[in-house]
Design a protein around this ligand. Structure first.
Ligand code: NDP
Length: 454
């Protein structure tokens, strides 16, 4: 794939970049490796000062960064501005809490003193996707840098300007440049990087295929990975739920980032007595959303990030309909090769259909009928994925009990599933492993060293 900025709204190529050669990539790696020890030796206070300045710069450059995301991957500027603020808050969160999260932990043993000490690993490679071009990177970089690691970013090939803008923010914030570098490379150089002893670990957010490949290569090199992959999350609506709130949130949940979010609700599992009314309300909310130019403040959803993603989604829908799914709301692409995809609702989604088995990474809501709450849990768990589920019920105790039975990395009862710095984020099954954010996230890429003093 070429490394280029392509505006999915206009169909124009904005900028092309020459990919780094291996020689150049190796030079950057070598600088990062050399920078790792001095950075690891800095204090938490010094690192926090850099992260706080990065947060301030993110806020200062909010409008420009939102514009860049709109141009490179079609995110409406209002959403882009919110994403930038979330990144700033994440930098500040780790600036504030990293020292506490990584403080020595005393453990009583037969020693005079024994404790766990958390120490940085060195160079961590981050392979990141285009859907939240800033947030996905910052939620890796903020804890990694605070832990004393250095980062190499291989961003998705369609968001190079976002990648460079973020690199500049860290550098302008006073981070020694070699401690965070953007590598303008395709995925073809990833294997060579992972095979290099100077790369100590890797994190990837993206598709199952990319995750499996990176994990296999890293596994052969005995290197730790964190994988944050796809999802086909359940949004369970029980008959006693506040249907209006549930339907409104359902539309919002499905349409996050034009449906291109790993934790977007994808399968709406609804108890039989309310399913028709749920579909009616969901349809109204989806139809009320305004598509348009991502640069326009009034736009509520933009195109998908690339036309090929819209083409693939169209094929998934067409195959599912041929396999028996019913279209409740007509939408989709106006013609192949274009990136705008209007929301759709499919019902009668059954095992064996592509919509049931695969992740639909765009604005297609699948509505499945549940006989009762147990059946809803069964359907929710009948998925290869498990990232962030939702349950809607008036009975909070029942909601909590059901939440414990859902196979996923998170469950939100009566609320929109979202990521936040305080709570761990990640999946089980084919949604990946490891956790980002919270104190668990910052402990992924550290040597959890036991020290025993007799
Ligand atoms: P990819 O998984 O291909 O891209 C994500 C990142 O991984 C990019 O940086 C990409 O680089 C890189 N990559 C891809 N293949 C490899 C590989 N074999 N080895 C190393 N790195 C690799 O996502 P796509 O853009 O192709 O989107 C396809 C699907 O992926 C979506 O429809 C969705 O299902 C899923 N996805 C999930 C995301 C999530 O948040 N969990 C985010 C994005 C996509 P490059 O761009 O150079 O190919």
């Amino acid at each position: 794939m070429p490394i280029e900025s392509y505006n999915p709204h206009t169909g124009r190529v904005l900028r092309r970049f020459t990919a780094f050669s291996w020689a150049k990539t190796e030079r950057v790696l070598s600088q990062a490796h050399r920078a790792a020890a001095p950075w690891a030796a800095t204090s938490f206070a010094e690192r926090a000062a850099v992260l706080r300045r990065a947060a301030a710069l993110l806020r200062e450059r909010q409008a420009d960064l939102a514009r860049l995301m709109a141009l490179e991957m079609g995110k409406p500027v209002t959403d882009g501005r919110a994403e930038v603020l979330k990144c700033a808050a994440c930098c500040e969160f780790y600036a504030e809490h990293a020292a506490g999260f990584l403080a020595d932990e005393v453990i009583q043993t037969d020693a005079r003193r024994s404790f766990i000490s958390y120490q940085p690993l060195g160079v961590v490679l981050a392979i990141m996707p285009w859907n939240f071009p800033l947030w996905q990177v910052v939620r890796f970089a903020a804890p990694a840098l605070m832990a004393g690691n250095v980062g190499l970013l291989k961003h998705a090939s369609n968001v190079p300007q976002c990648a460079l803008a973020l690199e500049k923010i860290f550098h302008d914030a006073g981070l020694p440049p070699a401690c965070f570098r953007t590598l303008l490379i395709g995925s073809d150089l990833v294997e060579r990087l992972l095979a290099d002893d100077r790369v100590r670990a890797a994190t990837l957010t993206g598709s199952e295929a990319a995750g499996a490949s990176v994990a296999a290569i890293a596994g052969a090199q005995i290197k730790k990975t964190v994988l944050e992959l796809g999802g086909s999350d359940a949004f369970v609506v029980l008959a006693d739920a506040d249907l209006e709130r549930a339907a409104k949130t359902a539309a919002q949940a499905r349409m996050i980032n034009a449906g291109q979010s790993c934790i977007a609700a994808k399968r709406f599992i609804v108890e039989k007595p309310i399913i028709r009314e749920f579909i009616r309300q969901l349809k109204n909310h989806l139809l009320a959303l305004r598509p348009g130019d991502p640069l326009d403040d009034t736009t509520q959803y933009g195109p998908l990030a690339r036309p090929d993603l819209a083409d693939e989604l169209t094929r998934q829908v067409a195959d599912s309909v041929a396999q028996g799914a019913r279209v409740e709301l007509f939408g989709g692409q106006s013609k192949p090769g274009t990136a705008l995809f209007r929301p759709m609702i499919l019902s009668n989604v059954k095992p064996g259909q592509r919509a049931y088995e695969e992740e639909l990474f765009g604005p297609v809501a699948l509505v499945l009928e549940a006989k009762d709450a147990d059946d809803a849990v069964r359907l929710a768990n009948d998925s290869r994925f498990g990232l962030g589920a939702g349950i809607w019920t008036a009975d909070l105790r029942r909601g909590e009990a059901l939440a414990r039975r859902i196979e996923s990395g998170a469950v939100f009862v009566n609320g929109l599933v979202k990521s936040m710095p305080e709570l761990p984020f990640g999946g089980i099954k084919k949604s990946g492993y490891g956790r980002e954010l919270s104190y668990l996230g910052i402990r992924e890429f550290v040597n959890q060293k036991s020290i025993w003093i007799g």
